[in-house]
Design a protein around this ligand. Sequence first.
Ligand code: ATP
Ligand code: MG
Length: 234
Amino acid sequence: MKPPTIHPIEPRIVLRASEVWKSYDDGSITVLKGVDFAAREGQTVALCGPSGCGKSTLLHLLGGLDEPDRGSVAVNSTELSRHRSRLNLLRYDIGFVFQLHNLIPDLTLQENCLIPTVAAGINRGAALARLKHLTDRTGLSHRLHHRIQKLSGGERQRTALCRALMNSPRILLADEPTGSLDEETSSTVFQLLLDIAATEGVTLVMATHDRALAARCDRLVDMHDGRIREPQPD
Ligand SMILES: Nc1ncnc2c1ncn2[C@@H]1O[C@H](COP(=O)(O)OP(=O)(O)OP(=O)(O)O)[C@@H](O)[C@H]1O
Ligand SMILES: [Mg+2]
């Protein structure tokens, strides 16, 4: 008798963009022209493509920071336009590492990282314990009380990573998280990001110019002419 065929159960889709269009300046620049994209739970996905092709725009839409002109974005199968509280989604479910890290220069590392926990109503003791865990992992525990303006580029990027992970989001969107760093620091921070995503089971979608780093992710998708292309396995 033929043995039964076993179909592995694929992890569920946690993030989906369907036929997403986005233009700026009253429609004079159309950046996204019907983007279809889905990420499964726990996957790491690199979003590549030339400068200006729309990577940041797509990440902002996936994270609910902006709205598409047409099409839909769903997080955990709930369409963002129908989400009862998009703010809660941003506070609890999604972490975002911005291209220019958006840290407040006059505040310390600890103060910057505590901001999202205050907004989410997490008690200070739990927030400090989480911060200790993350700064231990990222090698920043000796910098907790330093102001951001006194930190190096790599330390700032690692701080932005800690801040994005403070509320233990299940999805992390990272926009060129190592873009401003030299090759060696960039490789270290990138690996740290992948390691933390793996141990915390986070789904990671990351925009990057660096194809060598992108190759370390589970999937690489290319943006071209406002759409997404994914190299198909042979
Ligand atoms: N708020 C805005 N108003 C007008 N045009 C915008 C706005 N944001 C982005 N654009 C334009 O949309 C296009 C895509 O920008 P986006 O930042 O998404 O590209 P990107 O792929 O992230 O580029 P990079 O690799 O340089 O970060 C660019 O031509 C940009 O000038
Ligand atoms: Mg960008």
